[in-house]
Structure formats: C-alpha cells, structure tokens
Design a protein around this ligand. Structure first.
Ligand code: NCD
Length: 349
C-alpha cells in the first residue's frame, strides 16, 4: 500500500447539474441546503412509501475498485429507486485494469455506456483523474485516504436532524471525532464540510501516529473553528453533542504503530466516565466487531443517541438527491413521476 499522500489541492467547481462530485470543497452552505431539501423531498420514495420513475432510461455505471457494501449498495439502490438502471463492476480482478489498462482509458470507455459514474479507487486523487477522462459526471465514492464526499454529506445531514430533534442547530455544536484520523477519508471530508458552519468545537482523539493530517487541521482552524487534540477518549467525549467514531483503516497502514490500538475505541464505560451517555453516536461503518479491534463497542447500541443506522438510512436519500442534482431533475419533476404504491412491504408481527 502506498504511503499516505493527500490528493493534489485542485479547485473543483461548485456542485450542480452536469458536474462531477469529487470533493466537499465543492459545497457552500446554499448548495448543501438545496441538496438536503431535495433529500427531504425524496424520503417517501427511499422509504418505499411511493414509487418514482423520474430517471427512466438513465444508466448508472458503478465501479468499485476497493471493498464496499453500504456505499455501493446505497448508490445503486438510490438510482434504482428513482427508476434508473445500473451496471456494476467490483474489484480490479474482473476489470481490464488487471490487464494494465490506464485510468484514462477505462474512464473514457465506461463513460460511453452510462449517464453517471460512481467510482471508488484505493489511491487519493485517482477519482479526479478518472473524472478528467470521463464524458459524463463522476461521483467520488472514496479515493484511498483522500475524500468521501457523499459520506460527509449524509453525516452532516444526519447530525443536523439529530441535533434538530434536540432543539439545537449545527452552528456552535461540539463534535468529538475519534479513531484513525490519518487514513479515515470520511473524517477528512466531514471536518471540511462541518467547517462551512459557524463556531464548531472539534475534540480529537486518535492512536499515536494516526493523527489528523496537518493541512486538514489548518483548513478547519483557518475558518475560525476550535480544534482540541485530547489525550484520551474520555477527555475528547466530555461535553460533546455528538461523537463520531471511526475504524482503524488497517488496509492503509504502512507500518505505523498499530500496537497502540487494542480494546475499545469507544464504549459505554468511556461515555459514562465522561458523563455523556446521551451523546449522539455516529460511525460511517463498517464497525470492526473483532475482539480488540479498537472500534466502537456494540455495548452502546441501546443508548438513546445511537444514530449509526440513521446514517445508513439517510445515505440512500442523500445519494438520491446527488443523482437528481447531477442530472438536472428538480422536486417538481420528481412529484410528477411519483405514485403511491399499491403493495405493502412491512414485516407483520
Ligand atoms: C468508510 C470508507 O469506505 O471510507 N466506509 C463507508 O464508506 N461507509 C469507512 C471505513 O471503511 O472505515
């Protein structure tokens, strides 16, 4: 695995119709608000209370050159829920990249078969390279330790809803971010997107050598937020409105001291010691459930603030809104192509 390198700091245009989605730097607050409003509109379709055909005839090409379950399935489900079709390829083994084909050639070829592409690739900056050769919009579904913009959007959407339930705005909130802050691309994108708001307090805790890259720390501080690096999970979690825990990205480690990581990163005892059992609890998932994996313990699962499955549910609707935006479809077009479903899908007791 390549050592960590940040993706080149390219400036991408604001997100919208006919645009790639490569980085959270493509959002300002109004652009994010428009996306979230559209996500609210499509919620009944995501929840299967209504059926929509607005993307009839549109084709999504889904290319995942790195492991994924929820991101791939939620992008593909999002497109299908809107009436589109999906073609998919996973892993290098089954693609022509295994025969030495360049990112450029693959991108040019597959963009001839699709109206939008979703791409995940193990190297930072590679999805932008892919987009440069594509003839259709490309959505970055994770580029190595670089960015994961759709995840950050669904994280902020979820945080806004959960804080809203408690009568609190995102501005002025305190979020603790724990775990692998060096290789965790969801963290990189989340910090940058949260920085669009006002007066956020970030408390950080990571194992030694997995600290936040300095350029992301600087990015957030320059925008007037407070970043406090803490010596323990208890210290980071104390007083936080929300706690965002992440897995150690073992597949990206290049010999850093993983021996520092054992036991739990976050569990009920830590939250109790920090007197914060009611905090909103978030995680991008997957949660590493093996013993001593240094991740979020399942012993928090019955706490009132658990939002990890709200995040995955919200992922579907935020990704639906991403596709609608890229393809220039507004809420009215969605309404005109949506009908109530005649069937029932709920599990009976
Ligand atoms: C994350 C990823 O792939 O970056 N997963 C996801 O997309 N929800 C986080 C991880 O793998 O730990």
């Amino acid at each position: 695995m390549m050592p960590f390198e940040s993706a080149p700091q390219t400036v991408f245009p604001l997100f919208g119709q006919g645009r790639h989605l490569l980085s959270v730097s493509q959002f300002d607050l109004p652009t994010m608000r428009r996306l979230f409003d559209l996500a609210d509109t499509v919620t009944p379709i995501a929840r299967r209370q209504a059926v929509c055909t607005v993307l009839d005839g549109a084709m999504l090409g889904s290319l995942f050159f790195e492991p994924s379950t929820r991101t791939r399935l939620s992008f593909e489900s999002a497109f299908l829920r809107l009436g589109g079709e999906v073609t998919t390829t996973t892993g290098f083994t089954f693609s022509s990249m295994a025969k030495g084909e360049s990112i450029h050639d693959t991108a040019r070829v597959v963009s001839g078969y699709s109206d939008v592409l979703v791409v995940r690739h193990p190297e930072a900056g590679s999805v932008a390279q892919f987009a440069a050769a594509s003839t259709v919009p490309v959505v970055n579904a994770g580029d190595g330790a670089g960015e994961h913009p759709s995840q950050a959007l669904l994280d902020v959407y979820t945080l806004e809803k959960e804080l809203g339930r408690r009568g609190r705005p995102v501005d002025g909130c305190h979020i603790a971010i724990l775990g692998d802050l060096k290789y965790g691309r969801t963290v990189h994108s989340l910090l940058k997107l949260m920085a669009l708001h006002e007066d956020i307090v970030f408390t950080l805790f990571s194992p030694p050598s997995l600290e936040l890259p300095p350029e992301i720390d600087a990015y957030v501080r320059q925008r007037g937020h407070r970043v406090l690096v803490q010596p323990s999970a208890v210290a980071a979690v104390a007083g936080a409105d929300a706690v965002y825990a992440t897995r150690v990205q073992r597949e990206r480690l290049t010999g850093e001291v993983t021996q520092a990581a054992g036991g739990d990163l976050l569990n009920r005892a830590i939250l109790a010691e920090a007197d914060n059992l009611d905090a909103i609890l978030m995680h991008p998932l997957p949660r590493d459930s093996r013993p001593d994996s240094f991740d979020l313990s399942p012993d928090v699962d019955d706490l009132p603030g658990l939002a990890i499955f709200d995040q995955t549910d919200n992922g579907l609707i935020v990704r639906m809104a991403i596709f609608l935006t890229v393809l220039g479809v507004d809420a009215e077009a969605v309404r005109l192509t949506t009908k109530q479903r005649p069937w029932k899908a709920s599990l009976q007791p």
